[in-house]
Structure formats: C-alpha cells, structure tokens
Write a protein that binds this ligand. Structure first.
Ligand code: C2E
Ligand code: MG
Ligand code: MG
Ligand code: MG
Length: 286
C-alpha cells in the first residue's frame, strides 16, 4: 500500500528490487527535509559523569517517523541519504536543530557547561565546505564552539585520510572537540590516532555488553590507550549496574546508555534537566 509518485511508478515496479523502495524512501525523506516536517526530529540522550551521575552533555540522534513505515532506524535513513545525495542536507538539518536546541536549553536553564555531541557521516566530512558549515551553524545559534562535539567513525579514515584530516583539523583549531565513535569496531590502523585531533574515544556498546567477561581485557587496553593519549572516554550502551561498576573500576569516567536514559525530544529533555539540576543540588550556571 504505497502511494507512489506518478513519474516513479512508470520506471520502478514495487517488486523490482530494493532500488524502488530506496527511491520511495528517499522521496519521503526529501519531502520531510524540504517541508521541515515534524516527523523528522532530533532526540537527545544524556551523557553522564559516572562517579557523580551528573549530566555533562547529550548526544543528538536523528529520529524519523516515515509516513508509511513508521519509526525507522537512523542507520537506514543515513545510508539512503548517502546514496541519493541528501546526506549534506540531512546533516546540516540535524546540526542546525541540535545547535538551536542547545542554545535554548542553555539560556532557559541557565547552564553554561552542557554540550551536544553530533554524529556526522564520513561523506559530509569529505565535502570541502564541511568545516565552514558546521562553524557557521554553531555561531548562528549563538553557542560557544566548545559546546559542540562532532562524532566521527573510523570508516572515514580508511576512505580518505588526508581530506578528512584537513576538515577535522580546521574544526579542532576552531575549538570543536572530536569524538571517535564505536571505537574498536572499525578497520583503520591505530596509527591514525596520533595524527587526528581526537579528544574523546567512545567505547562501542559491544565491548560494554561483555565488559564483565570476555571484553574486559579490551576495555582495559582502551583505557590504557586513552591515558597515554590524554583523551576522555565515554562508554556507550550501559544498561546494567554490573556494567557500570566494571567500567568505573577500569577508570572509565563517562557513560551513556538506557541505564541513564534513552534519547528523548528536546521538550522531554528540558524536563529531565530541570529535575536533574534540582535533585543534584548542582545549581545551573555555577
Ligand atoms: P551511535 O552514534 O553509536 O549511537 C548510539 C546508538 O545506541 C543509538 O542508536 C542509541 O539510541 C543506542 N543506545 C544508546 N544507549 C543504548 C543502550 O543502553 N542499549 C542499546 N541497545 N542501545 C543504546 P540509534 O539512535 O538507533 O542510532 C544508531 C546509529 O545511527 C548511531 O550510532 C549513529 O551511527 C547513527 N546516527 C544517528 N543519528 C545520526 C545523525 O544525525 N547523523 C549520522 N550521520 N548518523 C546518525
Ligand atoms: Mg554517536
Ligand atoms: Mg556508537
Ligand atoms: Mg552486560
């Protein structure tokens, strides 16, 4: 039961292969972007300081309710956007929403140390305008550059290290912090870590899941590496008390996961933060 555009139904049959589905999907995404549909939004998941449970930042995660398919994974949305040439527009939209939301939260709640961490696709970074666009978006929103982190994955580095390095160095020199997402799951050699201006390693949730058993030794190695490089570590996907305890014991300072909260809308985040600052006795604004 798909409502196809007339022009496309001539070319693609629904049964042809996934190309037709991709095209429908891409058209719906394009429409959502163009009309600033409410179905396209950004969710925010808290990032906490494990010893104190203080919320130090939030990760911006793309959310889209497809008109027919319902909730779809951002992994799929991003991959289609990359294939059909919408990734730069999508990336700009997410960055714009995230920076404006953070500006509002910081102003209304009187906090000056909450950051937002934004995922970017390798394809965006390889675009020559990437760094300038990010900086302009942050400046337009009126937040300091130190309030924004950019999350990149190792896949990028395999593709075009030199070009990526240029964009990322520009951002770093402008005061933006860089996080290496899904650390330990990529294909790049470790040598790139010395070349990149990375500030944070995000331990992939697959290690966190088994940190009490098989993965403990790998988390230990990542912690040793982080100390040698003087970078922060955020563990992703913490769900249980035992995982949290094991990570803390290994010296991991920051964490993220359902244990502390799922990604929520900016309005819900507002409520979460109000309650958080009241109960933490950690008066916003210092
Ligand atoms: P990621 O950046 O590694 O984000 C973490 C993912 O783990 C998120 O899934 C989050 O909802 C999920 N998660 C967090 N805590 C837990 C937990 O305790 N248990 C479990 N099982 N999952 C947890 P989500 O939102 O589905 O995003 C998936 C991936 O899609 C992200 O992985 C990121 O690579 C990509 N993505 C999301 N938003 C964007 C975006 O705006 N731009 C780009 N380029 N990629 C995005
Ligand atoms: Mg991420
Ligand atoms: Mg990750
Ligand atoms: Mg576990």
């Amino acid at each position: 039961a798909k409502s196809r555009g007339r022009a496309q139904s001539v070319v693609f049959e629904p049964s042809m292969d996934s190309a037709g589905d991709d095209l429908d999907f891409a058209q719906a995404l394009h429409a959502a972007l163009r009309f600033e549909s409410d179905a396209l939004w950004v969710g925010y998941q808290p990032i906490v300081d494990l010893p104190t449970r203080r919320i130090v930042g939030v990760e911006a995660l793309l959310r889209w309710t497809h008109p027919e398919l319902g909730t779809v994974s951002p992994v799929r949305v991003v991959s289609v956007a990359e294939r059909v040439g919408l990734i730069n527009e999508l990336g700009r939209t997410v960055c714009d929403i995230a920076c404006r939301d953070l500006a509002r939260l910081r102003a209304e709640l009187g906090v000056d140390d909450l950051y937002v961490s934004i995922n970017v696709s390798p394809m965006q970074i390889l675009n020559d305008d990437f760094a300038a666009l990010i900086l302009a978006t942050i400046d337009d929103a009126g937040i300091p550059r130190s309030a924004v982190r950019i999350e990149i994955t190792e896949h990028l580095l395999v593709e075009d290290m030199d070009r990526a390095l240029r964009s990322l160095t520009t951002l770093s020199e402008a005061g933006i912090r860089l996080s290496l997402d899904d650390f330990g799951t990529g294909y790049a050699s470790l040598g790139y870590l010395g070349k990149l201006p990375v500030d944070t390693l995000k331990i992939d949730s697959s290690f966190v899941r088994d940190v009490e058993t098989d993965a403990r030794v790998f988390v230990e190695a990542i912690m040793a590496l982080s100390r040698a490089l003087a970078v922060d570590v955020v563990a992703e996907g913490i769900e249980s008390e035992a995982e949290e305890a094991a990570l803390r014991q290994l010296g991991c300072q920051y964490g993220q996961g359902y244990r502390y909260g799922k990604a929520v809308s900016v309005d819900e985040l507002w409520d979460v933060l109000i309650r958080h600052y009241l109960t933490a006795g950690d008066a916003p604004g210092g």
